[in-house]
Design a protein around this ligand. Structure first.
Ligand code: ADP
Length: 498
């Protein structure tokens, strides 16, 4: 796997692109050019240059995809869950077979280090495998409403589902929504982010080769305004899964409202990592580094606030700074430890956050600057950054930066740690490091979050439900909860007599 991926990466550095990349939408089981022929470019963030053109879709392309999905819907909804599961299992196998190429394309499109992209592809395969099996668990209930009655429920698919995908985990997020939707018997139209359209298109084509009937899963590319909004607004769409920023999530909810289309929103976070004085510091250091510097911090569930006992604050920070400064920065396809941000626009957003923190007089103990790849002088990089001690109401504590910026909040008592942990409008995930079993579970109980990790940040997998509270959104993805998200319950109550 590694050799093949590295060979493809070398091909990219020689030719400036990769052969066989998709240019068209994937609609009704085939590549489908945009109706008005408009194209746009996708960029390599590591070199800050365009490397490929793809379709700039609009409302007409969305309408074509909707027609295909509506035609395919009834047969797919009536198929046996086990048959749907078989298609998903074949998809998992194909994802594994084609993993090296998918990982290289994901790394190139998003900027993330190749080994992280390889992890994402393996995770996507695992997601399809999980929902292949989970399809067999779909079943209703019977209700005891009296001897003369029969009460039972039928689990139905939600119908046509739209998936609006972000640029930070393009393939993982697509898989996380599409696999349970298909398992539940729904049809799908996905709209990947305009910065990272490649792997969702390739996934749709792989699903087709795995035996998914034409029209059941379609991908339309283009901007949020031109392709995303018409999809979300379309009256045939009965469910929207959105992952992205709070403001766009609010817009999506508004666009879906007139048709009373249900929405699942996975929005931002400002998640705390709480480290108590008795914690295993080796584990905490590893966890915190991954929590904020993996994917250059462009993770909804990043651990972007370090809530640390004042007694170990100095030692922990010394160790974190040393490790942050040792991270090897470079192009994702060179298997660097730390890659670029996804776009020039996003780099300027992160830079502005840190600049204003500096102007407010906050102490930036490491990093803090936009930089280029030391090897090439190119690319959209931002240094691994730690801001030591910001007041609880400071924007650096309150706002999601979505970059490699950790802000530190020391505490004296567990009660204060809890208050700080819960002290933002977000409530997505939280990490806790301690050897005290009761303290860990007290905090897990009392921290407002959709998911809590104890002694290993990002512990868990596709089996564990994931989603936010408050400004982090609502609804749960992953686990069996996602099957429910893409299903609806019909209750039947019949009088059958004595
Ligand atoms: P960012 O601001 O970092 O680019 P967004 O949250 O705006 O992230 O984008 C996430 C996804 O939402 C992308 O696929 C984008 O194209 C899409 N999107 C943006 N605006 C809309 C909209 N009004 N309706 C539907 N999708 C949208």
């Amino acid at each position: 796997m590694t050799a093949e991926a590295d060979r493809l990466a070398a091909e990219y550095f020689q030719t400036g692109t990769l052969s066989g990349l998709p240019r068209d939408h994937f609609i009704d089981g085939r590549w489908s050019p945009p109706q008005y022929g408009r194209m746009m470019e996708t960029f390599d963030p590591g070199l800050g240059r365009a490397y490929h053109a793809f379709s700039a879709g609009d409302a007409d392309d969305v309408a074509t995809a909707v027609e295909a999905a509506v035609r395919a819907g009834p047969d797919w909804a009536r198929s046996r869950p086990a048959a749907r599961g078989a298609v998903l299992a074949r998809t998992a196998a194909l994802l594994r077979e084609e993993a090296p190429r998918l990982a290289v394309i994901e790394s190139l499109d998003s900027g993330k280090p190749l080994q992280e992209a390889e992890g994402d592809v393996a995770g996507a395969a695992r997601t399809f495998e999980y929902y292949a099996a989970a399809a067999n668990t779909l079943q209703g209930d019977s209700f005891p409403i009296g001897h003369e009655y029969l009460g039972y429920s039928i689990i139905e698919p939600a119908g046509l589902t739209a998936h609006i995908i972000p640029w930070n985990y393009p393939l993982s997020t697509a898989a996380r929504g599409i696999a349970p939707a298909l398992a539940a018997g729904c049809t799908v139209i996905a709209k990947p982010a305009e910065q990272t359209p490649m792997t969702a298109l390739l996934l749709a084509e792989i699903l087709h080769r795995a035996g998914l009937p034409a029209g059941v899963c379609n991908v339309v590319t283009g901007t949020g305004q031109d392709a995303g909004a018409p999809l979300v607004r379309h009256p045939a769409v009965r469910h929207v899964s959105f992952t992205g920023s709070v403001q766009t999530g609010v817009n999506v909810m508004r666009e879906a409202a007139p048709n009373v289309t249900r929405v699942l929103l996975e929005l931002g976070g400002k998640s705390p990592v709480v480290v108590l004085a008795d914690a295993d510091l080796d584990a905490a250091v590893e966890g915190i580094l991954g929590a904020i510097f993996e994917n250059a911090g462009q993770i909804c569930s990043a651990g972007s606030r370090l809530v640390v006992d004042r007694g170990i604050h100095g030692e922990l920070l010394d160790r974190l700074v040393k490790r942050a400064e040792a991270l090897q920065i470079g192009h994702g396809l060179k298997r660097s430890q730390f890659g670029p941000l996804n776009s020039a626009e996003h780099l300027s957003r992160v830079t502005a956050h840190v600049e204003s923190a500096r102007k407010r007089g906050l102490s930036i103990i490491t990093g803090g600057n936009a930089i280029a790849d030391p090897a090439t002088g190119q690319g959209w990089f931002f240094e691994p950054t730690i801001i030591d001690t910001a007041p609880a109401n400071d924007p650096a504590v309150q706002q999601e930066i979505f970059g490699p910026v950790l802000v530190v909040q020391p505490f004296d008592e567990e009660e204060e740690a809890l208050m700080l942990a819960n002290g933002t409008d977000y409530a997505l995930v939280a990490g806790i490091y301690t050897r005290d079993f009761s303290a860990a579970h007290r905090l897990a109980r009392d921290i407002d979050a959709g998911q809590v990790f104890i002694n290993e940040y990002f512990a868990g997998g596709i089996e564990v439900p994931f989603g936010g509270n408050r400004m982090s959104g609502f609804g749960r993805e992953k686990g069996l909860a996602a099957l429910e998200a893409y299903s609806r319950v019909k209750s039947v109550a019949a009088r059958i007599g004595k």
